[in-house]
Design a protein around this ligand. Structure first.
Ligand code: CAA
Length: 383
């Protein structure tokens, strides 16, 4: 039985900062952000928009009433949780009106959590082929104003429907995961922003890719030649490229060019959005499928990386007719309709944090946004 991604879509908040504006405000050469980091725009959210609103807005793009009757599991991968106890997946399950006899839970391991959710969903479908699983990777990447990580911020969600006989990407039965206890990026309980050792995180990412790729090649007797494209977790678009360049070093130049060309297709959306943490790899996959030159039957490699660290390399096969299932027009419209913020407005929005200890009503034109805080509970505007 084939199992994999049947539908996939992303949602990002309707505001962005232009990276030239940010560079000039921080007295940095704009080329550092556009070329050195590889980012052109950065998604920013209002305080009435959180991981639940991103997740619901992303999922509503792909779910039919029939899907909602068949889904028996909802998993949210996130490192921007809004509660230490209750899972955002439970709220999402209600907002989306999914049939009640379902499991709903949140899963965590930094940016790797989306992949943990996807692999769990695949195992579930293998045992219950008639069911469907909604997997959502939703996050807000915030490092602080004028911090080293600031140009690598972002926000948004990717929603995937996982099923038997999927219409987009069937996952192959191959994967290599790696766990290493390293403090390259972490967020202690109670801290608004992560602690990050930027250079260590870069090095650990590159080494983790090399380790899982070498082990994958050894176990499955594969090489770059077996893949039409590779897509990566993208904290900033230069990061995956650095890992790829290191691994491609001894490959013939045509092979390097072929793989790097597909990598460029996989970063089109991330360049305009920034880091989605758990959703970044899957935003890269959407970008690759919607902007790359691929065909049914092609093999796609996926590298997932979560600081801390857990990494995994796995692969999938593109399904016949997958192009018909993509939402390219909707995704591109979403990006072009966003509002560009001045740096003053961005800083104001950044500092304007939600206080759940104050009961209050809010106005936000976004479908699925926070409408009221009542007794610390976030009540969402519903579709
Ligand atoms: N023109 C062109 N390029 C320029 C330039 C200019 N004027 N000025 C600088 N650059 C280049 C530098 O040469 C450098 O390129 P290389 O990496 O190829 O050497 C690049 O711009 C970045 O410069 P720095 O290394 O000096 O940048 P920095 O010290 O300001 O920090 C960062 C960069 C470490 C990524 C920082 O933004 C950060 O800490 N980000 C958050 C952590 C992160 O994203 N880590 C990635 C791996 S961890 C992960 O993947 C999990 C996750 O999602 C967080």
């Amino acid at each position: 039985m084939n199992v994999g991604i049947d539908k996939i879509s992303f949602f990002v908040p309707p505001y962005y900062v232009d990276m030239t504006d940010l560079a000039l405000a921080r007295e940095v050469d704009p080329n550092k952000f556009h070329i050195g980091i590889g980012q052109d725009k950065m998604a920013v959210n209002k305080k009435t928009q959180d991981i639940v609103t991103f997740a619901a807005n992303a999922a509503k793009n792909i779910l039919t009433d029939e899907d909602k009757k068949q889904i028996d599991m909802v998993i949210v991968g996130t490192e921007s949780s809004i509660d230490e106890s209750k899972a955002s997946a439970v709220v999402l399950h209600r907002l989306l009106n999914i049939q009640p006899f379902a499991r709903a839970f949140e899963i965590k391991e930094a940016c790797y959590a989306g992949t943990a959710a996807l692999q769990y969903a695949v195992s579930h479908i293998q045992n219950h082929p008639e069911s469907k699983v909604l997997v959502v990777a939703s996050d807000i990447a915030k490092y602080g104003l004028a911090s080293g990580g600031e140009p690598t911020q972002g926000a948004g969600a990717v929603a995937m429907l996982v099923s038997a006989e999927p219409r987009i990407l069937q996952l192959n039965d191959d994967s290599v995961a790696l766990t290493q206890d390293i403090y390259d990026f972490w967020r202690p309980v109670g801290h608004d922003y992560p602690m990050v050792d930027g250079q260590l995180s870069n090095e650990t990412y590159i080494q983790a890719f090399q380790k899982v790729w070498d082990e994958y090649r050894r176990r499955y007797k594969k090489s770059f030649a077996d893949f039409h494209a590779l897509t990566f977790h993208i904290p900033y678009t230069k990061m995956g490229k650095k890992a790829l360049l290191a691994a491609l070093e001894n490959e013939p130049s045509e092979e390097q060019e072929r793989i790097l060309e597909q990598y460029e297709a996989s970063i089109v959306y991330s360049r305009q959005i920034g880091n989605l943490y758990t959703g970044s790899l899957y935003l890269g996959l959407i970008s690759l499928l919607e902007n790359g030159q691929l065909n049914a039957g092609d093999q796609v490699g996926l590298f997932s990386y979560g600081s801390g660290t857990v990494a995994e390399f796995f692969s999938g096969t593109l399904v016949d007719g997958y192009q018909k299932e993509l939402l390219k027009d909707r995704h591109q419209k979403q990006l072009t309709e966003r509002k560009r913020l001045s740096i003053n407005d961005y800083e104001e929005m950044f500092n304007d944090s939600l206080d759940v200890n104050v009961d209050k009503e809010y106005k936000d034109s976004l479908l699925y946004s926070i409408a009221t805080i009542s007794n610390t509970v976030r009540m969402y505007k519903e579709a």
